[in-house]
Design a protein around this ligand. Structure first.
Ligand SMILES: Nc1ncnc2c1ncn2[C@@H]1O[C@H](COP(=O)(O)OP(=O)(O)O)[C@@H](O)[C@H]1O
Ligand SMILES: [Mg+2]
Length: 572
């Protein structure tokens, strides 16, 4: 505009601005005002010299370079500049009157034209707007920060609650394997922390029914243990099973009951198998389940899942343990039975042998009785002196035979007694040789006529032992030795004395023991004699007895023929 005005005559400019809202001042060559339009007069009054208003101006926004910014007064600038000048200035008449003026000046025909337009409203509008916008921005920022802060606070609180809850449940889990207690704690603590109306845990039974076990009733502030199958199991199951794979929780409102409280159902899943569900009914005042609450419950559910699984494994282990204990007991019973049967077998052998041994002398006594009767009958028929002498000789001989037979029976009975030591089963000082001899006498029927027995006895001390048990060892080994000799052969029994132990070696000239069997012959049940003949227990019992006496027993094959059993026993 000033560019176009510049080319107009002064009068035209004055005319143009006479009634304008913009302020017009015209200064003469001496820079004294010669014209002020109405608007200018309104603001400045009827001024004669420009200096009267000069000090009311100050730069607001100016196009000058920065260094000069504070020192210059726009009016002075106008007076100094002959060229076009344009700036924005602040005009302050008194403390209340502030105007933002846009100031332009130029020279026309030696005169200075000053046009001022009041831009106060515009500027204030702009600054108000920008202030408003800035404030809004600040508020927005503050609100955002506030929200973030309260979110953070909430998160911290939830985290604290969550940590507390999880700690309680984990402590329970660590404390032991009582899964009922763990579940109870979880249901109770979740219910208390989240302030729900009701919470429960239900186990999923094999038939897919839900068995509600742990119920926390908030109204009663107590934990009640029930054991019922949940009535609306289908809806619940459907929900929990549908979420089986994803493992997520479901919120449902049970329309059947008309209860508007949202119910949260969280499945407890281990290895894709739903073990049970946690269900919580929100307090009446709450209409929604918060994501944080759901994720908290899900966290606990996953802890419970591994605890339940652990408890399951533990129970299985316990079951296996008791199964094993039962099996062990049965095994022990079977072993006792077997030992008993081996005892019966050796007893049978013993009785057969003894019966045989006793039968022979009894047989001769019987037939001698016939002779007695015949002799006595003859004597009663008044025989001749010659006949009488003959009969009494017969009687004499018969009596001798009888007393031999009775002696034999006696010695067998004595050997039997000695062997069994029924009267003295206790631990005592014993003559080992006596035991060996008695045993030999009792198995005489096995030996007689085919096996030569060689005794090489050292001068042994008495040793402390259970004599009847050691006799059983001798019997087992000697019978095995007899059985290993098919037809004829020999058994050598050798005893040796050492400083603190004695050694008994029983060798036979039998068939020997195959090398691969040597390490098994002492195993219970190992036999090469076929079912019904051998029990395979004889040597295992010998092994146990010698072990009980703190001695050793071993077998080896002889270089030439047969095998040798070597027993070592401590003297004390
Ligand atoms: N003197 C021996 N000579 C050869 N083999 C023997 C002898 N003693 C034991 N054995 C072997 O050891 C096995 C186990 O013996 P044992 O425990 O007494 O059971 P059983 O006599 O009932 O078979 C016998 O079946 C036999 O094969
Ligand atoms: Mg045997």
């Amino acid at each position: 505009m000033p560019e176009t005005l510049k080319n107009l005559p002064i009068e035209s400019i004055i005319n143009l601005y006479k009634t304008s809202e913009e302020l017009l001042l015209v200064l003469d060559a001496e820079k004294n005002p010669i014209f002020l339009n109405k608007s200018a007069k309104n603001l400045f009054g009827d001024i004669k010299k420009i200096t009267e208003i000069e000090h009311f101006f100050s730069f607001n926004v100016c196009i000058l370079d920065r260094e000069k910014f504070f020192d210059y007064n726009p009016i002075q600038e106008i007076l100094n500049f002959n060229t076009l000048f344009s700036a924005e200035t602040l005009f302050q008449l008194d403390s209340n009157l502030y105007r933002n003026l846009n100031i332009r000046s130029f020279s026309v025909q030696n005169k200075k034209i000053i046009i001022l337009s009041d831009v106060t409203e515009k500027i204030q509008n702009i600054s108000l707007k920008s202030l408003l916008a800035e404030t809004e921005k600040a508020i927005e920022k503050l609100e955002k920060e506030n929200k973030e802060f309260s979110e953070l606070k909430e998160k911290a609180q939830t985290l604290a609650i969550r940590t507390g809850l999880i700690n309680k449940v984990s402590n329970k889990i660590r404390d032991g394997f009582d899964i009922e207690e763990i579940i109870q704690t979880a249901v109770e603590e979740i219910s208390k922390t989240l302030g729900v109306s009701q919470g429960f845990y239900a186990e999923i039974l094999n038939n897919k029914e839900l068995s509600v076990k742990h119920v926390w009733a908030a109204e009663k502030k107590e934990y009640i243990k029930v054991n019922k199958i949940y009535p609306d199991k289908d809806a619940l199951l459907k929900n929990s099973l549908e979420n089986k794979v994803s493992g997520t929780s479901t919120v449902i409102i049970d329309n059947n009951t008309g209860d508007s409280r949202p119910k949260l159902i969280t499945p407890i899943i281990y290895n894709n198998e739903v073990l049970g569900i946690l269900s919580f009914l929100h307090a009446a005042s709450k209409k929604h389940w918060h994501t944080e609450e759901i994720s908290l419950i899900e966290g606990i559910a996953s802890q419970l899942a591994s605890a339940i699984n652990q408890a399951k494994l533990f129970n299985e282990l316990e079951e296996q343990k008791s199964d094993l204990e039962k099996a062990l007991l049965e095994l022990k019973q079977a072993q006792t039975q077997l030992i008993q049967s081996e005892k019966m077998a050796s007893l049978g052998q013993l009785v057969a042998g003894v019966a045989h041994e006793i039968n022979t002398p009894i047989g001769s006594i019987k037939s001698n009785n016939d002779i007695f009767i015949k002799c006595i009958q003859k004597i009663q028929t008044s025989p001749t002196e010659e006949e009488m002498k003959n009969y009494s000789e017969i009687l004499d001989d018969t009596l001798k035979v009888n007393s031999e037979a009775i002696k034999r029976i006696n010695s067998i009975v004595k050997a039997l007694k000695n062997f069994a030591r029924l009267d003295e089963a206790e631990y005592k000082e014993t003559d080992i040789h006596e035991g060996i001899k008695s045993t030999l006498m009792l198995i005489n029927h096995e030996i007689k006529g085919r096996i030569q027995v060689i005794e090489e006895f050292d001068n042994l001390p008495f040793i402390n032992c259970y004599p009847n048990q050691l006799n059983q060892v001798f019997m087992n080994i000697l019978i095995n030795a007899c059985q290993s000799i098919k037809k004829d052969g020999a058994i050598k029994i050798k005893t040796e004395k050492f400083a603190d132990k004695i050694k008994i070696l029983i060798s036979d000239t039998g068939k020997g023991i195959p090398e691969k069997h040597l390490e098994h012959i002492f195993d219970p049940g190992f036999t090469t004699k076929g079912v019904g003949i051998g029990t395979g227990l004889g040597l295992s019992i010998c092994y146990q007895i010698i072990q009980k006496h703190k001695g050793t027993i071993k077998a080896e094959n002889n270089p030439d023929q047969g095998s040798t059993f070597i027993i070592e026993l401590p003297v004390k």
